[in-house]
Design a binder for this molecule. Structure first.
Ligand code: NAD
Length: 420
């Protein structure tokens, strides 16, 4: 087994400590941020379609509520465990601070294999999980959203369960809901759109042109699929795409819109999608393609010290959360590969989630152009803030993003002080 530390929470702590050192913070100034504020583990009983009972492990972790209500997605995946959810919760704190929205960070998850479950089983799982985390969620406390293998329908079940138990409709308890029950226009595409704005920002700084630049995208779900389509519209050539079922390569560029349509009707998988001149490669080959930009948009720990030496992309834009281990980061840095970190690049989702929550709290609905423009402004401003620290301190963009975030959260913590 590799000796590389892949515990995502330890990776997060290592970055946090380094950022604190760069900012000249004393241990006392940020020690509270090394620990989640609250960890809830629940055993979720579900009656399966065959009548048998299965107990699923579920989590809701609130890392910080210093700058506002906790915010973060819910993930359904076999790899979900406490350490993963803790790291994801902390990354939400940093992400919300980088884009400067008034939220803290949280995350939830249930260890399960959703592709092996029927819709009815998923519905029962979601409703019971929601009921079990109910004491700690709510529009003023902690607002869940979709993440890997959860979607607008899952959010609708969560919203309905919470509302039924409260006795009145509470749309602001989750974001990423269907528009019909208070979801925001533009939310479904927001993370991918934010990734697109980030790519445009980085190539602008490097004085490069979108037209003809090649991109490989790992993960073709809500984030990767949408980002690929929006980037293709901007003139980039998407030469590689992959998901859990296969990886595809075409030198002239894949018709990503058509691939996305195919996956939509194929259990969200690309397996079986065909185009002339397109070949199937393996997942690691996709990560190591000779492309201008690599966008990991699947899961964490995909770029490790095992494959980092073989990465040939010139720029990496992290659309997934935590796709690169710390050791891999150092290797890529030495290879002069420019890395745009997750907490900046994939923040578009939480920004429009924030817009959704604001609309819910005000019983108001904004139009889509207004939302997309507002998203662009927030993403551009965050990029500039991070770029400035990167240039002034001669640090990586990841370190710069952590410095921007930690500075904001630590300052807020200091102003609030410790209760009692
Ligand atoms: P999703 O479930 O819609 O898509 C995940 C994709 O990754 C799927 O195409 C899946 O097949 C693929 N995948 C899984 N394992 C893979 C593997 N080993 N190799 C290649 N592909 C694999 O999830 P999503 O919402 O698109 O989330 C993707 C990433 O983006 C996650 O890290 C998530 O935390 C992060 N993220 C999501 C949002 C959001 O708004 N949905 C916001 C910020 C960050």
């Amino acid at each position: 087994m590799s000796k590389e530390k892949c515990n995502p929470y330890e990776n997060m702590l290592a970055m946090l400590d380094k950022a604190a050192e760069k900012l000249g913070l004393e241990y006392d100034d940020y020690v509270g941020l090394r620990y989640p504020e609250r960890e809830l583990t629940v055993s979720v009983p579900v009656e399966m379609d065959n009548g048998k009972k299965v107990i699923f492990q579920g989590y809701r972790i609130q890392h910080s509520s210093t700058r506002g209500p906790c915010k973060g997605g819910v993930r359904y995946h076999p790899s979900v465990d406490l350490e993963e959810v803790k790291a994801l919760a902390a990354w939400m704190t940093w992400k919300c601070a980088v884009v400067n929205i008034p939220y803290g960070g949280a995350k939830g998850g249930v260890k399960c294999e959703p592709e092996k479950m029927s819709e009815n089983e998923l519905r029962r799982l979601t409703r019971r999980y929601t009921a079990m985390i109910l004491p700690i969620i709510g529009p003023e406390k902690d607002i869940p959203a979709p993440d890997v293998n959860t979607n607008a329908q899952v959010m609708a079940w969560m919203m309905d369960t919470f509302s039924m138990l409260k006795g009145y409709a509470v749309p602001g308890v989750v974001t990423g809901k269907p528009v019909d029950i208070g979801g925001s226009l533009g939310r479904a595409e927001a993370t991918g759109r934010g990734v697109m704005f980030t790519v445009l920002n980085i190539i602008d700084k490097l004085k490069l042109e979108a037209n003809g630049m090649s991109i490989a995208v790992q993960g073709f779900g809500n984030v990767g699929g949408v980002a690929a389509m929006l980037l293709a519209e901007q003139g980039f050539k998407i030469v590689g795409i992959s998901d859990a079922s296969c990886a595809l390569y075409k030198k002239e560029g894949i018709d990503v819109k058509s691939a996305f349509e195919f996956a939509k009707n194929n259990n969200r998988l690309l397996k079986g999608y065909e185009e002339p001149e397109m070949v199937e490669i393996c997942n690691n080959e996709l990560l190591c393609l000779d492309v201008d930009i690599l966008i990991p948009a699947a899961l964490e720990n995909q770029i490790t010290k095992k494959n980092a030496h073989d990465i040939r992309a010139k720029i990496i834009v992290e659309a997934a959360n935590g796709p690169t281990t710390n050791e891999a980061d150092e290797i890529l840095d030495k290879k002069n590969i420019l890395m745009v970190p997750d907490i900046l690049a994939n923040a578009g989702g939480v920004v429009v989630s924030y817009f959704e929550w604001v609309q819910n709290e005000q019983y108001f609905m904004w139009d889509e152009d207004y939302i997309n423009n507002k998203l662009k402004n927030v993403m551009d401003k965050a990029f500039e803030d991070v770029w400035k620290i990167h240039q002034e301190n001669n640090v990586s963009l990841r370190m710069a993003a952590y410095m921007v975030a930690l500075d904001r959260v630590a300052r807020a913590k200091k102003i609030r002080g410790i209760f009692p």
